[in-house]
Design a protein around this ligand. Sequence first.
Ligand SMILES: Cc1cc2nc3c(=O)[nH]c(=O)nc-3n(C[C@H](O)[C@H](O)[C@H](O)COP(=O)(O)OP(=O)(O)OC[C@H]3O[C@@H](n4cnc5c(N)ncnc54)[C@H](O)[C@@H]3O)c2cc1C
Length: 457
Amino acid sequence: MLDSKIRNQLEEIVGQERLLEKPEELICYSYDAYLEESMPDLVLLPVTCEEVSKIMKICSSYKIPVTARGAGTSVCGASIPIKHGIVLCFSQMNKIMEINTKDRYIIVQPGVVNIDIQKALEPFKFFYPPDPGSMNVATIGGNVAQNAGGPRCLKYGVTADYILGMEVVLASGKTVRFGSRNVKDVTGYRLSGLFCGSEGTLGIVTEIILRVVPLPETIKTILVTFDDLDDTARSVSDIIGAGILPVAMELLDKLTINAIEDSANLGFPREAQGSLLIEIDGVKEACEKEMQKVIEKVKANNATSIKEAKSDKERDELWEARRSAFGVFAKLAPDIFSEDVTVPASKIPSMIRKTVAIAQKYGLKVGILAHAGDGNMHPMIPADKSNKEEWERVEKAFDEIVEAAVSLNGTLSGEHGIGLAKTRFLPLVMNEDSIEFMSVIKKAVDPDGILNPGKFV
Ligand SMILES: Cc1cc2nc3c(=O)[nH]c(=O)nc-3n(C[C@H](O)[C@H](O)[C@H](O)COP(=O)(O)OP(=O)(O)OC[C@H]3O[C@@H](n4cnc5c(N)ncnc54)[C@H](O)[C@@H]3O)c2cc1C
């Protein structure tokens, strides 16, 4: 519970309407898309950097925990206020400040939803490539704090590759700005790389300058199916190994395809053991040539069907179906354990075999969904957390999947982050000195540890 004197000081900054304190209001901010919950004492909805700065000055003087929040779609528990305190929710700080396609940038406030950036750029024939599956709801502030990825990141790179500049309020309430509107800028430390992916533990992002790119002339999308999951996975590493770089190469296994079909009925072949959704873009001739090479590779790996999207509508339907995979999977059981390990692309076939074997060992179902081209796998285990015995098996399987990825030169997370879910695994991929180095940085910018406490450092 917050002292009423502090509560009143905070109310003076945002006003009564943007301060939430009733339990029925607070509960929505106590969880995200992960499996834990913790109630905040207060939720504030700032709309300007000045408000954020004033709030942070108060929180810093009273050492109150502050957890920033966008749409709360984190799947690693990054936005759960595990030490209570204040949630700063950015849903109302959602203005697009400037679009400048001649100089290839857009300036946005943190609460702008990813899809609204895409919609705003479309009339200019530009786009912002990072496209997390949650893009219809997730905010750009959350994307930046998690260094979000998505299907298109295979060719275009992740959020960090698009940040030109940022405005950040530190724990002390001081406001720092770095980067600029310039695509090339080597002025001082590249601090966007420090704050991007820091999960709100180092500062509160209040404005972002993003690089944008022109829409391609042509896009070609195919759905390929296989009778064997190994053939599906091998196609991925063969395509990448041949020097072909599709925009996206998404792998779905039988369980996932059937979960999608049960919900969307799009004609995905239910009997296929694996399928690949592959997209190529560029100038028309190059696109056709590349697609031909892709088709050769999948045929060499015994593809059973290849269906090309014939219109934008068909293409959109395929992508909507892919994006729905996480949601429709959730219908299979009360809880879903969703993984995010990444391995080098050549190790995808081994990683899939290991994952299936681990699930079998613990008597669990597993659905395989992967941004396969960049080795980023999302095995999903449907289960019931209230069934203690089953959940213990899920947790053991989860540990072994992480260890398997690390043993294949992989890593803990490709895009979902560390949050509450994976802090304990950090020593698997970082030595003691490296973890200590992160703590040194944290202490330097947030000496009292008030920013998103309880998360990875
Ligand atoms: C169905 C589904 C599909 C998904 N698909 C993908 C995917 O393809 N790729 C991917 O990368 N992720 C994916 N995610 C995970 C999630 O959507 C992303 O991590 C997203 O970037 C979170 O955005 P958000 O607005 O919901 O942030 P939140 O969940 O609210 O917050 C996430 C983190 O960002 C911090 N934060 C938020 N705003 C700020 C700010 N202004 N300043 C500082 N820190 C801030 C929070 O403190 C927290 O640590 C998916 C999630 C779901 C539920």
